[in-house]
Design a protein around this ligand. Structure first.
Ligand SMILES: [Mg+2]
Length: 394
């Protein structure tokens, strides 16, 4: 079984802990309410007024003028996050952090130490509460998709178990929007075809969706609708590579369209590298054509990089070298040959050219925004008509 842990209203809860007079009040952490920024996190008391994460701060202020508006104190939250991750590390050797306040914990083989997974989850919650004075929600289930879903179902301060024999009973009545990776566009499409619940999606006949969703796309969604997900928990402390890939619902012929996906994937990988302090000495492009032929192409870099732009440019060069003649069903970008540490190998006497330094500053700023507000909050103009990237790096 896998345990998913997610802190409740994290930044706002930390602020309420630091300033006990704020307990019970609508606390909104984010940009200056007179400015044009967004809400980062808000307390459950603020959610009653319809305030949500990523909402423009001005709108939050209209809905909840009596709220307590606080600036983001990232260093404080990072310190608390570290304590939470240490606690999780003390329970399992396999902990996979997903963000500052969220992680998967593999409970397999730990029954002798902590009892059955549900009991282990209870102990994790208790330990986090004792050491941080904060609550979290925890989901216990046979795989990642279900464990994260279980957490969502129990928020806040929940402990939700989806036992293997109850998977279908829990999933079937839920909205198709709960299926991992089904975005607004796909769910609107499914609903227009009369498929509203996960149960309906699971039982949908392929011919009912012909022309709307590829056979493989439907198979993928129906696997999740059955509660199947074979991704493992990866404690990526010393990863060989970090990658992101995407399988398309509909095979793609257009090179321009592929390059847009490469840009999203490069950003996804770059963000993972920077978040974990890695740089890559080579970039790998993975392509799978409509007839299921998979190929990879690799290029070494003169200097280790964690830059979205370098990753993107290299992936495009690899792609342009021989654009495939068939339509593509999958593309992936991987950063390989990883190293850690500061820029010990600048390569040139004078360091990187100024525009690269400037680009790195921009990317780090964007990272901070994305860490706070989610992957969709900042994106290049070329991607504005697209759904946010699905986080699948490792
Ligand atoms: Mg959270």
């Amino acid at each position: 079984m896998i345990i998913h842990v997610d802190m409740d209203a994290f930044y706002a809860a930390v602020e309420q802990r630091e300033q006990p007079e704020l307990v019970g009040l609508p606390v909104i952490v984010g940009a200056d309410p007179r400015g044009r920024g967004v809400v980062s996190t808000c307390s459950y008391e603020a959610r009653v007024y319809g305030v949500r994460s990523a909402m423009p701060i001005g709108e939050a202020y209209r809905r909840c003028p009596q709220g307590v508006y606080l600036p983001v104190r990232m260093e404080l939250y990072c310190a608390v996050s570290q304590t939470v991750m240490e606690i999780l590390d003390s329970f399992s050797p396999l902990v996979e952090p997903l963000s500052i306040d969220e992680a998967f914990v593999d409970a397999a083989g730990l029954e002798g130490l902590f009892g059955p997974p549900e009991q282990m989850a209870e102990r994790i919650k208790a330990e986090i509460r004792a050491r941080t004075k904060l609550t979290c929600s925890v989901g216990v289930a046979p795989n990642k998709f279900l464990a994260k879903l279980a957490t969502e179902l129990g928020k806040p301060d929940g402990l939700t178990v989806i036992a293997p024999e109850r998977v279908q009973a829990v999933l079937d009545p839920l909205s198709v929007q709960r299926v991992f990776g089904v975005g607004r566009r796909t769910s609107a499409l499914l609903e227009s075809l009369g498929i509203h619940t996960i149960g309906q999606l699971r039982l949908a006949r392929p011919d009912a969706l012909t022309g709307h969703v590829s056979v493989q796309g439907l198979e993928h969604m129906q696997r999740l609708a059955r509660g199947e997900d074979d991704r493992i928990v990866e404690a990526y402390r010393n990863p060989k590579q970090m990658s992101a890939e995407r399988t398309f619902m509909v095979d793609i012929a257009s090179a321009a369209e592929i390059r847009k996906h490469l840009l999203e994937l490069a950003q996804d990988v770059g963000h993972s590298l920077r978040r974990r302090g890695f740089r890559a000495r080579s970039v790998r492009l993975k392509l799978r054509t409509e007839d299921f032929v998979t190929s990879t192409r690799t290029r070494s870099l003169a200097r280790a990089t964690d830059s979205d732009r370098v990753l993107y440019r290299t992936a495009c060069e690899l792609f342009n070298r021989t654009p495939p003649r068939r339509r593509l069903r999958l593309v992936g970008v991987a950063a390989a040959d990883l190293r850690t540490g500061p820029e010990e190998e600048q390569g040139t006497l004078f360091g990187p050219p100024p525009e690269e330094v400037q680009q790195a500053t921009i990317e780090r700023t964007v990272d901070r925004i994305r860490d706070r507000f989610g992957l969709a909050s900042v994106r290049p103009a070329a991607l504005l008509d697209r759904r946010p990237p699905r986080k699948r790096s490792r």
